[in-house]
Design a protein around this ligand. Structure first.
Ligand code: 4AD
Ligand code: MG
Length: 430
């Protein structure tokens, strides 16, 4: 007899095993009692027939409540009628704790209720599937950059100055002074790229987003590569390869989860080369063509991105936005002084932006002028300006939002499900 995880049952057909987990649900039919167990790796249906198990075990069926913890021992049988193709012919059950009445039942619950019970909601099959996909996406990100020779060099969380504008800064006390929670590791990446060539950082980032939308968290995870000697074109190619790599990995390794989520796999399998590339100017034309009242120079809102992304069957790269709607560090397009050498990647099916990035301003004089223009504190950026004083080179990078990517790949309609414990404008519990 051996203790096994449910995802290994197919290797134990005909043998006695013990599963340690929780009761997911139960039902009875005549002399049969069905108990579905979960252990974090999957679900397994257990079966007891009256007369085949001792009466004490059989009567546990009535005592065991949803989410009670237990050990169940029995023989693994292959059964095409059982969910997953296997079942456990129960011999004994050892309850560990009989759960109190579980608040999340198979009936419909409102979102506010589920979010208040996020610590329990994570056990439900769809939420469980989304977070398994998240794990796969994160591993794919790390593997992608490692395989290509990038070095992981993480950026700090406490920072002395903003990088993505002053309106979404979280300020915090820092001994006798103050600090800000990082909005992006980019500026530090630029320093480490000058030390290591190609780097990436991966960590939580914070933005005091005051809008309540389906696409904004106040705490989200971003993976940010930065490359010395890359220009905008090189960066577009890297972003394209990166997204294809992530989607392929999920399609290969998370089929079960995508099935639980009822994801349309055909849509995901279209994510291949080449991604369409359009300029900001062309995107504006598309919006006008769709009857939108859109003025050149504005940044795209969620609705605009939705419209644009619905035009294509795969992610679309939009490049060269007006400088005035982007952050101070963007390099000016030498062909047009109103434009930035930047890119956004919008996920299809209306999901919108998942990547933002571009080529960085590498001239000391230009960068100083940009910092002044945005009225940012020059003192706080002296270290950053040093990167242009000591061996400045063309360089570029981008950031991919993990939760936006997971939401799209899973086909969910809100970012809150793509992170274990979401932080939003009105939510910091649990
Ligand atoms: O476009 P953003 O603001 O770009 C940067 O921060 C750059 N400094 C990154 C870089 O070049 N290294 O953010 C990058 C991505 C977005 O495309 C989006 O996927 C995600 O981060 N993101 C958010 N995700 C969830 N909630 C929010 N409030 C987000 N803000 C940005
Ligand atoms: Mg952006």
């Amino acid at each position: 007899m051996s203790d096994i995880y449910i995802d290994e049952v197919s290797k134990h057909i005909g043998t006695e095993v013990t599963i340690k987990g929780w009761l997911y649900n139960k039902r009875s039919s005549g002399k049969l009692r069905f108990l579905t167990f979960r252990d974090g790796t999957g679900l397994l249906q257990g079966v007891m027939l009256k007369g085949e198990v001792d009466d004490g075990t059989f009567s546990l069926y009535d005592e065991l409540t949803q989410e009670s913890s237990l050990k169940a021992t029995g023989i693994v049988r292959s059964d095409p009628r059982a969910p997953g193709g296997h079942e456990l012919g129960i011999r004994t059950i050892e309850p560990i704790q009989i759960a109190a009445e579980y608040p999340i039942t198979p009936k419909e619950h409102g979102v506010a209720f589920l979010m208040d019970h996020r610590h329990l909601w994570l056990r439900s099959s769809k939420q469980h599937a989304v977070l398994r996909v998240r794990d796969e996406v994160i591993r794919a990100c790390r593997d992608f950059f490692t395989e290509r020779g990038f070095v992981l060099v993480d950026a700090p969380i406490f920072t002395p100055a903003p990088s993505e504008g002053t309106t979404t800064l979280f300020e915090t006390g820092y001994f006798d002074g103050k600090a800000y929670l990082t909005q992006s590791g980019q500026l530090y990446n630029e320093a480490t790229a000058m030390a290591f060539g190609r780097v990436y950082c991966f960590g939580p980032t914070f933005r005091a987003e005051k809008s309540k939308t389906r696409r904004h968290l106040t705490e989200f995870w971003m993976v940010e590569p930065e490359m010395a000697f890359y220009d905008l074109e090189d960066t577009m190619v890297l972003a394209e390869d990166f997204i294809i790599f992530i989607v392929q990995r999920v399609l290969e390794n998370r089929q079960k989860e995508l099935a639980v989520l009822e994801r349309d796999l055909e849509k995901l399998s279209k994510v291949g080369k080449p991604f369409p590339r359009i300029t900001y100017g062309e995107a504006v034309e598309i919006l006008k063509d769709e009857g939108k009242d859109f003025a050149w120079g504005q940044d795209f809102g969620a609705k605009d991105e939705e419209t644009l992304s619905l035009r294509f069957d795969r992610p679309v790269i939009i490049h060269r936005y007006p400088l005035k709607c982007k952050a101070f560090y963007m390099k000016t397009d030498p062909q047009n002084s109103k434009l930035a050498l930047c890119l956004d990647v919008l996920a299809p099916e209306g999901y919108g932006e998942i990547i933002g990035g571009g080529q960085r301003e590498d001239s000391l004089r230009e960068l100083e002028a940009k910092i002044k223009k945005d009225k940012l504190p020059m003192e706080a950026f002296q270290w950053y300006l040093d990167l242009r004083r000591y061996g400045s080179v063309p360089h570029a990078g981008f950031g991919l939002g993990i939760e936006r990517t997971v939401t799209w790949i899973c086909g969910r309609d809100h970012l809150r499900e793509a992170i274990p414990f979401p932080r939003m404008l009105y939510r910091i519990y649990p």
